[in-house]
Design a protein around this ligand. Structure first.
Ligand code: NAI
Length: 265
């Protein structure tokens, strides 16, 4: 029976991909503050080490892991490095991602494949590596995919991103079914736009491409379908990730939690 929801991850081991910056970094710091031991995995090792230094300075424990989520060898060896260092893996946050804005008739096949590889191959490879340990003795664990409003909705010129995020929701649902007998649950968090580098870099580009002001990009595109014209904050996402990882039962699984100010319901 759940009497009180604790936001405590003491002694849990979490692997977070794309944790050298943005949302992944904030989830890493939030989990570390809650007592978890963190694998900060990223293709950007220098940024990953910065995240580790921030966690260590605040009294937490973390390990920087050089991981390109498109590479099976890198994912498997990085996951093993985490398990060898901290003794297991209880939580996976599959967060690494990129954005690409181009109409389909101008989209190169290489760019399409690369985006799908980062989001979908990355989701698959990290899940496979994590459940290898989570399935042992049905010890279980929590897997969180960072989705998007684009896992549920579409907008202009983001075909590979929309396709990837819809696919990731399929993976989340599949793992809920397959993982349940092993005590593994899966979640997706689907944020609206968050002011990380990924979005901040988009604003001037979209303004130039569409011949509109940056303010118009923000109000008419990025916040268009939010109910109160508000961005999702990085903390909205990391606190949701903490709630899900710390929740004491498996009652939530296989679903996407929309953190989008009503963009998706
Ligand atoms: P960000 O650009 O700040 O951080 C992305 C991180 O992923 C970077 O540290 C980057 O080095 C890493 N990365 C990229 N390719 C990689 C690879 N092949 N292997 C390992 N790491 C790799 O972006 P942000 O905004 O923090 O995005 C994180 C996740 O949240 C992404 O999956 C994104 O699609 C999703 N998201 C972001 C939203 C936003 O508005 N910023 C909204 C909804 C979802």
């Amino acid at each position: 029976m759940v009497t009180q929801v604790q936001q405590d991850l003491t002694g849990k081991v979490a692997l977070i991909t794309g944790a050298a910056a943005g949302i992944g970094r904030d989830i890493a710091e939030t989990y570390a503050k809650a007592g978890a031991l963190i694998g900060v995995a990223d293709i950007n090792l220098e940024g990953a080490q910065e995240t580790v230094d921030m966690i260590t300075k605040a009294g937490g424990k973390a390990l920087a892991i050089n991981m390109d989520v498109r590479s099976e060898d890198a994912v498997n060896s990085g996951t093993k490095q985490l398990v060898d260092t901290f003794g297991g893996i209880d939580i996976l946050v599959s967060n690494a991602g990129i954005q690409l804005i181009n109409p389909i008739n101008k989209m190169s096949f290489d760019n399409w494949k690369n985006l799908l590889a980062i989001h979908l191959d990355g989701g698959f490879l990290t899940t496979k590596a994590a459940v290898e340990y989570m399935y042992k003795d049905n010890k279980g664990g929590t897997i969180i995919y960072i989705g998007s409003i684009h896992a549920h909705d579409a907008s202009l010129f983001k075909a590979p991103y929309i396709t990837a995020k819809h696919g990731l929701l399929g993976l989340c649902r599949a793992i809920a079914k397959e993982g349940a007998p092993h005590n593994v649950r899966s979640h997706m968090i689907s944020p609206g736009f968050v002011r990380t580098a990924m979005v901040n870099e988009q604003i001037p580009l979209q303004a130039t491409a569409k011949g509109i002001s940056e303010e118009a990009v923000i109000n008419d595109i990025l916040l268009a379908n939010t109910l109160n014209k508000e961005f999702t904050t990085i903390e909205d996402v990391s606190q949701t990730a903490l709630f899900l990882a710390a929740f004491p039962t498996n009652v939530f699984t296989g679903q996407s939690i929309n953190a989008s100010h009503g963009w998706c319901m």
